[in-house]
Design a protein around this ligand. Structure first.
Ligand SMILES: Nc1ncnc2c1ncn2[C@@H]1O[C@H](COP(=O)(O)OP(=O)(O)OP(=O)(O)O)[C@@H](O)[C@H]1O
Ligand SMILES: [Mg+2]
Length: 629
């Protein structure tokens, strides 16, 4: 549109007549209002930019209205109805003014609030800046930390057991084979996972710990100097199946769940918590009583052993969220490292351990300690405590326990009691001191000693096993010849009602074997066989012993009590192999037995370092007869 030719008829004056004056002053007013509202500079700048100065300064009203229309309505059209256009311009300006007024009112409100709350807002701002600069600590948190550190310096009873814990492999007594086996598996360039079997308190944990430090010192070993030894216990490992807590493997705290850090929770970010398997990365994870771990958790552990990493997942995790810290991204994307050597210890039998776990681990067996071992442990502990004692004290303590741990703790008890009574100077422990502590703690001798000089009719030392501990089964038999009441051939056999059926069968086998070997008709006797101290024996391994007891009762021949017998008996009098030979040998040594009769086929199970006891392997009942009577 060309300026200067806006109105076709160009004669507003004519068209409006007397109203013309009024319109002129309205247009002038509108210009004034605009200048007030936006400022004269702004209006001038617009006029210049839009090249409207001719129009604005024109004496023709229509040109000035046209200029207003361009500036206010931003419209470039033909003005054929000036009153309508001015009306439109006025309305638009009124709108703008109203909006401006509301804005300024709001602004005033905001200023008022700011004025009122300024101090508080400033305080909050300052605090948040301070928090950012200083991290999570403040005077209260520092005080709490200092308290904890102070508590760490105070140690009570635990320290004496720590003090007496062997500090070198040489101090571990009676476990030569196990130590050699562990070292060969751990201190090699390719260390293996291991399961340690054995009774409680015989040095499993201590050996594993020392083996790692020894391995670290070897060049070929992959363990670094700072390789960790992380210790945990299968019986106390708690976890929930939803994996919200899993201290062994690790878990993801969902952000809504309590326990996620507040700042992460606020942003809805889940945080993975790594577990003990990651703490043990590069070192050893030692799990005591590994057989007690929940089977599902065992499977999770197996997976970690395979992958050497732990995967985390959470439906709350958003990889594209820019607020997620890098360490959390890394944990979700790559998992946490968990490359360690597992050493599990158990007092269970190998058959009771998860086969998948067993197949991934080398197996090492700790032996029960002998009395002499326990004595040596007590002597070494006394040396560490720098005390003297009666020569008989170690032997006396070894009567009360077969565990190294228990022996050391009895010694520590006696030591404490003597200090309490006599003070810290020249500490000397006597046998009376041991008896006193034994009475106070209600200790009873672990295994009564057998009088090995005795010869007794109808009494045989059998051998049983429970867990990794062997013990003596006292088997007795009496036989009364049937002469009255029905007479010959109507004798009865009685045995413990609670005994298992296999053991009961052994009694019948015994009767037949005796008849076959000696020609004595067993049915001419009433025979009663008893296992002292609990008849709930099971299995056939007492068969040979029962046969000898009955034979002795029937023939009245006394049996030497320094001998113990184990072995199944067949109907033809053959002695068949049995289980638990090592444990039975240790059990027999404990009570002072000097000779053990075992099945010939078990000869291979006898450890080569047995010296305190004579072991005789036999094939049939006749060989036993030659030894026991
Ligand atoms: N064979 C040993 N030689 C020397 N000290 C021993 C022996 N066995 C046990 N001890 C003493 O007993 C303490 C406990 O032993 P350790 O914890 O190694 O036994 P453990 O076999 O792991 O027992 P558990 O099966 O109950 O875990 C040791 O610190 C040590 O003082
Ligand atoms: Mg242990």
């Amino acid at each position: 549109m060309v300026n200067g030719a806006i109105f076709a008829a160009n004669n507003v004056e004519k068209a409006l007549g007397r109203g013309y004056e009024g319109l002129c002053s309205k247009v002038t007013e509108i210009f004034d209002v605009m200048k007030k509202m936006w400022g004269p500079e702004y209006i001038d700048a617009v006029i210049e930019k839009e090249k409207l100065s001719d129009m604005v300064n024109s004496s023709a009203l229509e040109n000035r209205i046209y200029a207003l229309q361009r500036i206010v309505l931003k419209e470039d059209t033909y003005v054929d109805d000036p009153i309508y256009v001015l009306d439109k311009i006025e309305k638009k300006l009124a709108n703008i003014i109203a909006k401006k007024q509301i804005e300024s009112k709001l602004q005033k409100e905001v200023e008022k609030i700011l004025d009122e709350k300024q101090d508080k807002l400033l305080d909050e701002l300052r605090l948040s800046i301070l928090k950012k600069q200083r991290g999570p600590e403040n005077s209260k948190t520092f005080k709490k930390l200092a308290n904890l550190q102070k508590m760490d310096t105070i140690k009570l009873s635990k320290s004496i057991m720590e003090h007496l814990r062997p500090s070198t492999i040489e101090e571990i007594i009676g476990q030569k084979n196990a130590i050699a086996a562990i070292l060969s598996k751990l201190a090699s360039p390719y260390p293996q996972h291991i399961i340690l079997y054995g009774p409680p308190g015989v040095g499993k944990t201590t050996t594993a710990r020392l083996a790692l430090s020894l391995a670290k010192s070897l060049k070929a070993s992959p363990f670094n100097d700072d390789a960790a030894f992380i210790e945990t216990d299968g019986t106390t490992l708690r976890w929930d199946k939803g994996d919200a807590t899993n201290p062994l493997i690790g878990s993801v705290h969902d952000p809504i769940y309590q326990g996620s850090k507040k700042d992460l929770a606020e942003m809805g970010i889940p945080e993975p918590k790594t577990g003990l398997v990651t703490d043990a990365h590069g070192g050893v994870l030692f799990i005591d009583e590994i057989g007690e771990i929940d089977p599902i958790l065992q499977n999770k552990l197996l997976k970690v052993l395979e992958d050497k990493r732990v995967d985390f997942s959470s439906s709350y995790y958003d990889p594209d969220d820019e607020n997620v810290p890098a360490y959390i991204k890394k944990l979700f994307n790559e998992g946490a490292p968990a490359d360690f050597i597992l050493i599990g210890a158990t007092t269970r039998q190998p058959k009771d351990i998860n086969p998948a776990l067993r197949s991934r681990c080398a197996e090492v067996f700790f032996e029960p300690l002998t009395k002499k071992d326990v004595e040596a442990i007590v002597l070494n502990a006394a040396k560490k405590l720098k005390i003297t004692m009666d020569a008989l004290v170690p032997k006396l303590i070894s009567e009360y326990t077969i565990e190294g741990r228990k022996a050391v703790s009895i010694l520590a008890d006696v030591y404490g009691n003597v200090i309490y009574k006599k003070g810290l100077k020249n500490i000397h422990l006597t046998t009376e001191d041991v008896y006193e502590v034994a009475a106070l703690s209600r200790l009873v001798p672990f295994n009564k000693q057998i009088n090995t000089e005795d010869v007794v009719v109808g009494k045989v030392n059998g051998l049983g096993v429970s867990g990794f501990l062997g013990s003596i089964l006292e088997i007795e038999a009496v036989a009364f010849k049937r002469e009255k009441e029905g007479g010959k051939g109507s004798g009865t056999i009685r045995f413990n009602d609670t005994a298992g059926s296999m053991t009961k069968d052994s009694v019948f086998n015994a009767a037949s074997v005796i008849r076959m070997v000696t020609g004595i008709e067993i049915s001419d006797f009433d025979v009663h066989v008893n296992v002292v101290g609990g008849g709930n024996v099971d299995g056939p391994s007492a068969g040979a012993a029962i046969t000898i007891a009955v034979l002795s009762a029937v023939t009245k021949k006394p049996i030497k009590q320094n001998i113990a017998i184990t072995g199944e008996i067949s109907l033809l009098g053959h002695i068949k192999p049995v289980g638990g030979i090592i444990e039975k040998i240790y059990g027999a040594v404990q009570v002072g037995i000097t000779k053990i009769i075992i099945p010939y086929e078990n000869k291979k199970d006898v450890p080569c370092n047995i010296s305190d006891i004579e072991i005789i392997a036999v094939r049939n009942i006749n060989q036993i007869l030659d030894i026991v009577f």
